[in-house]
Design a protein around this ligand. Structure first.
Ligand code: GLU
Length: 450
């Protein structure tokens, strides 16, 4: 098991003590600290002024009550969060997640990862994350609207295009961003387009933002494959999830000639050996808001495995792209994937592989792209949306996608080169953590102790 350097171990112990009962946050911090031993060995000055301790402590954490009325007239109470983790690189930037599993530890792990991810994009955005334990599943549009309005009525005072710029994440898509932007505009009496990203195309949204996370992960994973002279062409690929990230991953992988045979949702997974029919998946998930198992009935081919009765990672593939949620791919799953000949893993979700899974992949020589690098295309395109809003301009799809492709190539190369420079060739986890850290550490030093 990778160890934390002696000089950094007290920082981890402090994080565990101070954030008791937040295992996902501990996991995210631990992984970064494991990488940073190599940095402080070369640059002990980064240990000065408690710089790394400061990076592990959010600048501000906001927790608030969100009351709203459901369609039956009953008052419901949810909890809202925004963790403003680091503004060293720019305004806090990161999505909002609406899911019943949300708690402060989940938001902190996401916010912490976001700092490094956003730094890797090379664009001027800090790190933050927010959300609520509200479950949009099965709620009417009216209920979702009232929830979003109440959520924003509390959060708006902490936001601003120079302060904090949320976007979507699990459970927050175009509909929710629309309701929240409308309420922000109403409360502030300002048409401040750059305060939220992932907006609709009719009110300041960017072309290619919807596709960006999935496309970006595909570019990144392709770049990893190309370092070994390989490509997606003819490769069997499994993409977990069936939300925005998974759908546009499948689209891009298919465009490169990859054969995507399985995807999933919380009810289970489907397999279609002929290659998934993406139009049908879009219809089921985006139009009907239905369950993935409907695919088998509507298509008349393939099969469905109920959740709990098997793992999508049992499906043999050469490329795996986990795009559902944190810790969805365990050590056991990784061992199965390795046995079945997986060559590359690109994380579309945030922290979907457990530490055991990552170790299993790396020991087997599988190319492993961690989410904070591989899925950075979404937030990078959010930063491009902010650029368009600031200049009151609008770019074409081609122009935006070309910028995204260049950014992903640059992220890949900087992770690859940093890993080499720090004596861990081919280790994209170490490369991403160190390259992201150095970019944030430099402005932090310049600002002094704040
Ligand atoms: N939620 C996405 C992420 O995990 C996007 C954040 C954004 O666009 O601000 O990076």
């Amino acid at each position: 098991m990778p160890q934390i350097d002696d000089k950094l171990a007290p920082i981890y112990e402090q994080v565990v003590r101070r954030n008791a009962g937040e295992p996902e946050f501990h996991q995210a911090v631990r992984e970064v600290l494991e990488s940073l031993g190599r940095v402080v060995a070369k640059r002990p000055d980064y240990l000065e002024d408690a710089l790394i301790e400061r990076l592990c402590e959010p600048e501000r954490q906001i927790i608030f009550r969100v009351p709203w009325t459901d369609d039956k007239g009953q008052v419901q109470i949810n909890r809202g969060f925004r963790v403003q983790f680091s503004s060293a690189m720019g305004p806090y930037k990161g999505g909002l997640r609406f899911h019943p599993s949300v708690n402060v530890g989940i938001i902190k792990f996401l916010g912490f990862e976001q700092i490094f991810k956003n730094a890797l994009t090379g664009l001027p955005i800090g790190g933050g994350k927010g959300g609520s334990d509200f479950d949009p599943k099965g709620r009417s549009d009216g209920e979702v609207m009232r929830f979003c309005q109440s959520f924003m009525t509390e959060l708006y005072r902490h936001l601003g295009e120079y302060t904090d710029v949320p976007a979507g994440d699990i459970g927050v898509g175009g509909r929710e961003i629309g309701y929240m932007f409308g309420q922000y505009k109403r409360l502030t009496n300002r048409y401040e387009a750059g305060v939220l990203t992932g907006k609709g195309l009719f009110y300041g949204g960017s072309l290619a933002r919807t596709e960006a996370t999935g496309y970006g992960n595909t570019y990144f994973t392709r770049a990893m494959l190309q370092t070994g002279g390989e490509d997606f062409d003819g490769k069997t690929t499994v993409v977990s999830g069936s939300g925005n990230v998974a759908i546009y991953t499948i689209e891009k992988v298919q465009s490169y000639g990859g054969k995507v045979v399985a995807c999933s949702d919380s009810s289970g997974y489907i397999v279609d050996e002929n290659g998934l029919d993406l139009d049908l998946i879009k219809e089921i998930k985006e139009v009907r808001r239905g369950r993935i198992g409907e695919y088998v009935r509507l298509k008349g081919q393939g099969y469905f495995v109920k959740s709990g009765e098997g793992s999508i990672w049992d499906v043999p593939c050469q490329v795996a792209m986990p795009s559902a949620t944190q810790n969805e791919l365990t050590g056991k799953d990784a061992a199965k994937l390795v046995k079945n000949g997986v060559q590359a893993v690109g994380e579309g979700a945030n922290m979907p592989s457990t530490p055991e899974a990552i170790r299993t992949f790396q020991q087997a020589g599988v190319k492993f792209g961690p989410g904070k690098a591989a899925n950075a295309g979404g937030v990078a395109t959010s930063a491009l949306e902010m650029q368009q809003n600031a200049s009151r301009d609008r770019w074409s799809f081609e122009q935006t996608e070309a910028r995204l492709a260049t950014i992903m190539r640059d992220i890949h190369d900087s992770c690859y080169e940093t890993a080499e420079e720090f004596g861990a060739p081919g280790d994209y986890v170490i490369g991403a953590n160190i390259a992201g850290f150095i970019r944030v550490a430099e402005p932090m030093r310049a600002f002094g102790v704040i």
